[in-house]
Design a protein around this ligand. Structure first.
Ligand code: 0A1
Ligand code: ZN
Length: 859
């Protein structure tokens, strides 16, 4: 097979509307593990001249009937991906019967059977693995679904919309029928069949309608479902108050499954969740788990309007629903907890993962222009940079202007499949602000870089700010145009008191901004609140940064100043080939925070945290792996040593309370954990960690002790970890945390220890959660071993990708990502990585998913 011929990318520029629309689809599933029969009755109507092309993959066609007449082989054309009727009438009814094999479906796309549960995943192009259908988001139909089974181990038979009937046939088979009144694209279809416990609740909407809420979980997990249910109700209320958006069906169901490729899926009225993002109690989940549950429950719920009621015309527009919905879930989380902390988390994702993607061979705009495998484009660029683009719109339009724009967008396009341009147009029409230049954010990839300068004219009390912008060429796009960039600034007086705040709109390649009546030379806090997803070049001195970190009004700006402080210090040390040294000033600032923490304890913890390896690496064209790791280690040790007594005092000052998930309690644990991290590096490390572990009455604290032990490479770490594994071996979700911990082992033992994890009874090469917990943790959180000079870390990942590709290509392609950026490393590492990628590319039967990424990466 000639790969280049066979794997042509699809292009946004080639978009054509469908030749046929589907008005209704009536589906019947006769469930059976290896041969489920799917009968699909379509009522179609012509939209344009042309053939009727139905997508289909891995299907056995049993029969096809057009307006009551069974078609014979010569009357249609069948390929590995499609069924084509060239003489279809303008209107009619088609009945298609296919057979599928859910038990063998390890890719977890389409209908699969895992752990005794039948489950579907249709986004992006999974419905074509269920039946022949125009599997594209711009074909919206009314779905009804009948599920039939003789299997008594499947008491719950679920699908989208309202349950219409439930009966037992004379032969003992059970039949349940569902109807979804809202037209939807096939990617929002869902079916789940299994045995569950169900937590039910009720929500009364703002207009007084009662909605039945149901959360289906594995038997015995009901007590761990309360928090997800409470989060759902908070999300429903929040969308009403913030954006005036109410739920539309009478029933909202969430099902938690352990086999799932992603976080969760917003199927209409029947969300399917990775169980990791539903189940929580103090003994098995951490504060971070609780946070993620609330945010993902919110995300999927918010899709009901931004994604389901108004959907995407084609998959190039994915950010239309995802960027917008991530923005909405971020705003929700900020309102439920600490806005500063939420912003810090979002900025970390941008600086570690998204900037790296922009600098990688997979760089793409938030609206990609060509795609081989759509599953490869569920990326931090489409999601998180997409959300930053939406946030910039809100910054430019103001909160009220943005809400008015969203309202117009939803009114104008309810029930339609639209484009990112339609969205921006609604924002423009509602606000009257010209967004022509802003639209470039949608088709330009790469991370813009701003260089900023300030001049102060004391005689005229005038401040002049010069900003220039430059976006480096990215892998797929050489030419870049100036963007419209909102730059928030705050001016501080010399003593740190706030002078003034401004929003600058940078539209030119170079631009000057002047401010009068500035009585003294100010310190400029640039890009306050990360007002645009850009890199910043400033001429700050370390003293300026400490001043901002101590005085800026905006919490994110304070944290950001500390991040820049460390980057600057480390960059200087690397340039001078010296070891970095802590200044007395820094020690004093840290001591101040430790002895008298800010009101926001969580922010205090963040201010005391060094940037991670990936954030620092983002600043280098060729990443100085060893030097960066060495600087980080040395600095952490110096901080721990110089401030040992202060960390101990701060730690002890925070009283222990019984576990509660509240903003205050989470913040206390975070600061205590930060102190513990440093204390673990001191000569008393073993004692601190052992004590923290023994006193822990919840998973957050227990894990904090284990993480600190691992990060400090304490001799007791291995034993503590084993004790932990023995205690929790019955809970796979907790064992995933154990895998995380094993994967960050700093010593060379990490390889044999990871191997041992794969031999545990609960490990499965078919379960994405188990695999990610081990191997993603290794590649993302253990730079020391992953980037080993001998290439053993890279090889471990490459071998896993190669092994997984035939099983679950989507997962294999995701795991592969860190290997693609070989250009960022030294020659020796480049050669190792090129050799591994070339071997992968030569693997027979390689999936489109892995092929697309590897072939883009290789020279
Ligand atoms: N739309 C979901 C994410 C999702 C995407 C693809 C999937 O399978 C390939 C599954 C889920 C969301 O944004 O939550
Ligand atoms: Zn989403």
């Amino acid at each position: 097979m000639n790969d280049t011929l066979h794997r042509q990318p699809k292009r946004l520029a080639d978009y054509q509307p469908p030749c046929f629309t589907i008005r209704t689809i009536d589906l019947t599933f006769e469930l059976a593990a290896t041969a489920t029969r799917v009968t699909s009755i379509l009522r179609f109507k012509r939209n344009m001249p042309g053939n009727m092309v139905l997508d289909g993959q891995q299907l056995i066609l049993e029969s096809i009937t057009l307006n009551g007449e069974t078609l014979t082989a010569g009357q249609y054309e069948l390929t590995a991906d499609s069924l084509t009727l060239s003489n279809a009438p303008d209107e009619g009814e088609l009945e298609i019967v296919t057979l599928i094999n859910p038990a063998q479906n390890t890719a977890l796309e389409g209908l699969y059977l895992a752990d005794g549960v039948y489950c579907t995943q249709c986004e992006a192009e999974g419905f074509r693995r269920i039946t022949y259908y125009p599997d594209r988001p711009d074909v919206l139909a009314i779905f009804s679904t009948t599920i039939i089974t003789d299997n008594h181990a499947l008491p719950f038979l679920l699908s989208n919309g309202n349950k219409i009937s439930e009966q037992t046939l004379s032969d003992g088979r059970r039949v349940v029928r569902w109807e979804d009144p809202f037209p939807k694209p096939a990617y929002l279809f869902a079916l789940v069949a299994g045995d569950f416990d169900c937590l039910s609740d009720n929500f009364v909407t703002a207009s007084g309608r009662s909605v039945l809420l149901e959360c289906y979980v594995q038997k015995g997990d009901l007590p761990r479902t309360e928090f997800a249910m409470a989060s759902l109700k908070r999300a429903m209320r929040w969308d009403e108050t913030r954006f005036g958006l109410e739920y539309d069906l009478d029933r909202y169901m969430v099902v938690a499954v352990d086999f799932f490729n992603m976080g969760a899926m917003e199927n209409k009225g029947l969300n399917v969740f990775n169980s990791k993002f539903v189940l929580a109690d103090a003994q098995s989940a951490t504060d971070l788990d609780y946070f993620n549950i609330e945010s993902i429950i919110g995300h999927e719920y918010f899709h009901n309007w931004t994604g389901n009621r108004v959907t995407c015309r084609d998959w190039f527009q994915l950010s239309l629903k995802e960027g917008l919905t991530v923005f909405r879930d971020q705003e929700f989380s900020a309102d439920m907890g600490s806005p500063t902390l939420n912003r810090i988390d979002a900025v970390k994702v941008m600086r570690t993962a998204q900037f790296a993607e922009d600098a990688s061979p997979m760089a793409h705009p938030i609206r990609p222009e060509q795609v081989i495998e759509m599953n490869n484009f569920y990326t931090v660029t489409v999601y998180d940079k997409g959300a930053e683009v939406i946030r910039m719109l809100q910054t430019i339009l103001g909160k009220a202007g943005f809400s008015a724009g969203l309202k117009l967008y939803l009114q104008r396009h309810d029930g339609q499949a639209v484009t990112c341009d339609d969205f921006v147009q609604a924002m423009q029409d509602a606000s009257g602000i010209d967004l022509t230049q802003f639209r470039r954010w949608y088709n330009q990839s790469g991370t813009p870089e701003l260089t900023v300068k300030q001049q102060y004219d004391a005689a005229n009390q005038q401040l002049t700010l010069d900003i220039s912008q430059f976006t480096p060429a990215s892998a797929e796009q050489a030419e870049k145009l100036p963007l419209l960039i909102p730059v928030r600034i705050e001016l501080l007086y010399q003593d740190g008191t706030p002078a003034r705040a401004e929003l600058l709109l940078l539209s030119e390649q170079q631009q000057q901004f002047k401010f009068d009546q500035i009585p003294q030379q100010p310190l400029v806090v640039w890009l306050e609140d990360f007002s645009a997803p850009v890199k910043l070049h400033t001429s700050y001195q370390t003293t300026d940064l400490l001043m901002i970190a101590s005085s800026a009004s905006n919490g994110l700006a304070r944290w950001d100043a500390m991040q820049q402080y460390w980057s600057l210090l480390i960059a200087e040390a690397i340039k001078q080939q010296q070891t970095p040294v802590l200044s007395a000033e820094l020690i004093a600032v840290f001591r101040g925070w430790l002895l008298q923490p800010l009101a926001d304890l969580a922010l205090t913890a963040e201010l005391l945290t060094l940037p991670d390896f990936d954030t620092l690496a983002g600043q280098y064209h060729e990443i100085p792996v060893a030097a960066l790791l060495q600087c980080l280690t040395l600095l952490q040790q110096q901080i721990a040593k110089s401030l040992q007594a202060d960390f101990a005092a701060c730690y002890q000052q925070i009283t222990r309370e019984s576990y509660q998930y509240s903003e205050q309690a989470v913040a206390k644990r975070a600061l205590k954990r930060r102190c513990l991290g440093y204390l673990a590096l001191t000569t008393e490390g073993e004692n601190w960690v052992a004590q923290h572990y023994q006193q822990a009455d919840n998973m957050t604290d227990r894990l904090a002790a284990l993480q600190s032990a691992q990060a400090a490479a304490l001799p007791s770490a291995a034993q503590l970890l084993e004790q932990f594994a023995q205690q929790y071996h019955a809970n796979v979700q907790v064992m995933d945390k154990y895998s995380n911990l094993v994967a960050v082992t700093l010593s060379d033992d990490v390889f044999s220890k990871m191997q041992q994890v794969t031999e545990r009874s609960w490990f499965s090469w078919k379960n994405p959660n188990r695999i990610r917990a081990l191997y993603s943790a290794f590649s993302q959180r253990n730079p020391q071993q992953f980037h080993r000079a001998d290439g053993k870390g890279y090889q471990l990942l490459a071998d896993v990708v190669s092994k997984l590709d035939p099983v679950n290509p989507q997962l294999a392609a995701r795991l592969l990502t860190p290997l693609l950026s070989w250009r960022r490393y030294d020659k020796a590492r480049q050669q190792q990585l090129i050799a591994m990628l070339s071997a992968l590319l030569a693997q027979p039967g390689l999936s489109d998913d892995v092929f697309e990424k590897v072939s883009k990466s290789l020279p």
